[in-house]
Structure formats: structure tokens, C-alpha cells
Design a protein around this ligand. Structure first.
Ligand code: ADP
Ligand code: MG
Length: 239
């Protein structure tokens, strides 16, 4: 469990483009915050800076009050799931999900319990002994989530995890994500450009445009009181 603070965080890529501009955001312990905005607005860059996959140009990232800017990704205790998920094809679901725990030299019995608990939350119990090739896209994405979350990281980052799935599967995955959040209450930062996901999954939504935060608020708040026309248009309420 963790509180994530972005304090005037900016990103300028070497070629000179300012991709993220002085973002201020606190994700509270156990909160599910959604980052939305059109393609190229800086969502992935923001997430990658939190994960440590991109350097922060200026500003400070703190997790539970500790500065993280210079800390390597593996020392941040953060799990990340991307749009393109890579499972180990030669391993079963159980082995895939157990992998991060085995790396961490967790005791066999604990591995078993953790994997089975996680599989239960993600509705994967009857698939534990299958290999990825024999799963549907939605099931595979749930395994990827399970593998990320199984070691109880401080925070969970997801970058458009459902965008490769069809509408029906996306609906099922929204349900799975809600259940995951209810059960585990892991601090989560979730990127999407899908308004339904934003409106139904998030405790709060951050609307980004061209690297600048336009508004932060609960879904209903953004819908009822958009800060500007951009937010109104994006969230879908009449201006
Ligand atoms: P989003 O995830 O919202 O689509 P990104 O964070 O990927 O947006 O990109 C934000 C901006 O930064 C875009 O203008 C993009 O072209 C630029 N950008 C992203 N990655 C790089 C990179 N590695 N080098 C240079 N510019 C980049
Ligand atoms: Mg992106």
C-alpha cells in the first residue's frame, strides 16, 4: 500500500518536445486513479516516469514520502501491466503467476497460496494448469494482471490494458478489475482513452491535454462540472 505524489513533474524528451508539463497529482493509499486524454497527451510518459522507465526531467516523484526520481524500477516495488502482455508460452498459468514470487525466493507453500488467492479474484482457478495458447485474450490479460499483482506490490500501474480486447471482453475485464480493486485495494494508476473505463473504474479521473492537467476529480464531478470545453467534450457531457 502506498501514496504516490507527483510534484510538478515534467518530461522533456531529448529531441526537445515537452511531453508532460508540471503535473501535480496525489494518488491516495488504495485509490484507483485514471489518466485519460487523447493519443499523444502524455499518459504513457507519466506512467513510465512513475514506474522508473523514463527519467523525470524536473519535479519530484514521491512514494510514501520518499523521493523516487533516481531509484531503479526494480527498487520501487511497483507492478506494471501494458497493452501488449507477454506471458511465458511454455509455462502454465500457475507457473506464469508464480514466476515473480519464485524470483523473490518466496517459500513454495506461500507461492501456492498467493497464486491460488490471486487466481480466485481474477476468476482463473479452473485455468491454472493451462498454457497461454489455450486461453482467450481476456483470460491471458487476467493472467498478466495476476502475475503483476501476485507479489502484493505497493502500487499497480496499467497502460491501456484492455485496448486489444473486443467490447464484450472489455466489459468482463472491467468487472474483473473492479473486483480486484475491491479485494486488494492496491494504489492504482490506470491509463486509458476509453471514457466508459474512466467513468466506471476510477475513484478519480485526471484529464490530460498536451501534457497539461486540465482537471482532476471524481467521475460525477467531471461530468457535472467540467473545468473547460475540452473536459466537457472528452467526458461527454454537454458544455
Ligand atoms: P499517450 O500515451 O497519451 O498517447 P505519450 O506519453 O506516449 O502519449 O506521448 C506524449 C508525447 O511525447 C507525444 O508527443 C509523443 O510523440 C512524445 N514521445 C513519447 N515517447 C517519446 C520518445 N521516446 N521520444 C520522443 N518523444 C516521445
Ligand atoms: Mg500511451
Amino acid at each position: 500500500m502506498a501514496e504516490i505524489v507527483l510534484d510538478a513533474v515534467s518530461k522533456r524528451y531529448p529531441d526537445g518536445a515537452l511531453a508532460v508539463s508540471e503535473v501535480n497529482l496525489t494518488v491516495d493509499d488504495g485509490e484507483f486513479v485514471i489518466l485519460v486524454g487523447p493519443s499523444g497527451c502524455g499518459k504513457s510518459t507519466t506512467l513510465n516516469m512513475v514506474a522508473g522507465l523514463e527519467d523525470i526531467t524536473s519535479g519530484e516523484l514521491r512514494i510514501d514520502g520518499t523521493r523516487m526520481n533516481e531509484r531503479a524500477p526494480k527498487d520501487r516495488d511497483i507492478a506494471m501491466v501494458f497493452q501488449s502482455y507477454a506471458l511465458y508460452p511454455h509455462m502454465t498459468v500457475r507457473e506464469n503467476m508464480a514466476f515473480p514470487l519464485r524470483l523473490a525466493k518466496v517459500d513454495d507453500k506461500v507461492v501456492r497460496t498467493k497464486v491460488e488467492e490471486t487466481a480466485e479474484v481474477l476468476d482463473l482457478v479452473e485455468h491454472l494448469d493451462r498454457r497461454p495458447a489455450n486461453l482467450s485474450g481476456g483470460q491471458r490479460q487476467r493472467v498478466a494482471m495476476g502475475r503483476a499483482i501476485v507479489r502484493s506490490p505497493k502500487a499497480f500501474l496499467m497502460d491501456e490494458p484492455l485496448s486489444n480486447l473486443d467490447a464484450k471482453l472489455r466489459g468482463q475485464m472491467r468487472t474483473a478489475l473492479s473486483r480486484l480493486q475491491n479485494r486488494l485495494a492496491t494504489t492504482t494508476l490506470y491509463v486509458t482513452h476509453d471514457q466508459t473505463e474512466a467513468m466506471t473504474l476510477g475513484d478519480r479521473i485526471v484529464v490530460l491535454q498536451a501534457g497539461i492537467v486540465q482537471q482532476i476529480g471524481a467521475p460525477q464531478e467531471l461530468y457535472d462540472q467540467p473545468a473547460n470545453l475540452f473536459v466537457a467534450g472528452f467526458i461527454g457531457s454537454p458544455a
